[in-house]
Design a protein around this ligand. Structure first.
Ligand SMILES: N[C@@H](CCC(=O)N[C@@H](CS)C(=O)NCC(=O)O)C(=O)O
Length: 203
């Protein structure tokens, strides 16, 4: 089994943190997406979305999309840590928050970065205005995340879930790639971010 990733990218880091929290290790293959190594016919034939991360099982089956990869390992691990929630209510709430953070936060952030910086202009048409609008959407989502973390150690339950991992990657990306000063503006996000940063899996 091999995990194709480009370690510095947010989606690869997201899966790596999840696997560390789960206590799972797997062989890695680095695919430098910045250099276009994911654009080869060989990679495209294996990958539904043409991106990293991608998991290749020994039988040849491949799984794309970070959450699908996380779910595969979670289901295959006997001592799983309820990273998708424990009760059926929690599971639904974790799913909801993970998707909200993805759509309104992380993916909007990706759109902002890609379209403003033109980092992937060798493979897509960049629309700067869309990038600027996406960055605005990221900024307008942050108060909602701040509110959700008020007086709570984690986003959904009393324990870490995948929604926290997604949000941690999102906040770090907003700070570094989009130069949004999240941590100095939002005290609850800052406290939660600092706590998570101290967990071994997040370092
Ligand atoms: N929805 C996908 C997003 C994956 C993604 O956007 N990967 C980026 C790195 S963070 C990538 O491979 N970019 C290269 C490209 O778009 O050509 C997931 O969650 O796995």
């Amino acid at each position: 089994m091999k995990l194709y990733e480009f370690a510095p990218t947010p989606s690869s880091r997201r899966v790596s943190i999840f696997l560390k929290e789960l206590g799972v290790d797997v062989e890695r293959v680095q695919v430098n997406v910045r250099e276009g190594e994911n654009l080869t016919d060989e990679f495209k034939q294996k990958s539904v979305n043409g991106k990293v991360p991608m998991l290749e099982l020994d039988c040849g089956v491949t799984i794309c999309e970070s959450v699908a990869i996380c779910r595969y390992f979670h289901e295959a691990t006997p001592n799983r840590k309820n990273l998708f929630g424990e009760t059926h209510l929690e599971t639904a709430q974790v799913e909801m928050w993970n998707r909200v953070v993805e759509f309104q936060g992380l993916f909007a952030g990706f759109q902002a970065f890609r379209n403003i910086s033109g980092v992937y202009k060798d493979r897509e048409t960049c629309v700067e205005e869309w990038g600027i609008e996406s960055k605005r959407r990221v900024e307008s989502f942050l108060p909602q995340l701040e509110q959700q973390l008020t007086g709570k150690p984690y986003i959904v339950t009393e324990a870490l879930t995948i929604a926290d991992i997604t949000a941690f990657i999102f906040v770090g990306f907003a700070e570094k790639a989009l130069q949004i000063e999240v941590l100095s503006q939002y005290p609850n996000i800052a406290r939660w971010f600092k706590d998570l940063s101290q967990r071994p899996a997040f370092q």
